[in-house]
Design a protein around this ligand. Structure first.
Ligand SMILES: [Zn+2]
Length: 72
């Protein structure tokens, strides 16, 4: 029938609709910011990093993310 069915998920952080496709690199989050928010309760830290995250996002390795999640 229709092989182009688009899956829409809710961003866990802000509950915005997110298209589950290559258009949404941070899925299920709508954006990098929401992804980071959900990683842990480090909101104060996040404020400091927020301005840099757009240029330094590639510096976030899987290990760093795992480390953040383990501090939950
Ligand atoms: Zn969001």
């Amino acid at each position: 029938m229709n092989n182009n069915t688009i899956t829409i998920v809710k961003c866990p952080a802000c509950h915005k609709d997110v298209e589950w496709s290559e258009k949404s690199p941070y899925r299920p989050f709508c954006c990098k910011r929401c992804q980071l928010i959900d990683l842990g309760d480090w909101a104060t830290e996040e404020h400091r990093i927020a301005d840099k995250e757009l240029t330094e996002q590639d510096l976030w390795s899987e290990d760093e993310i795992s480390d953040l999640m383990s501090k939950h």
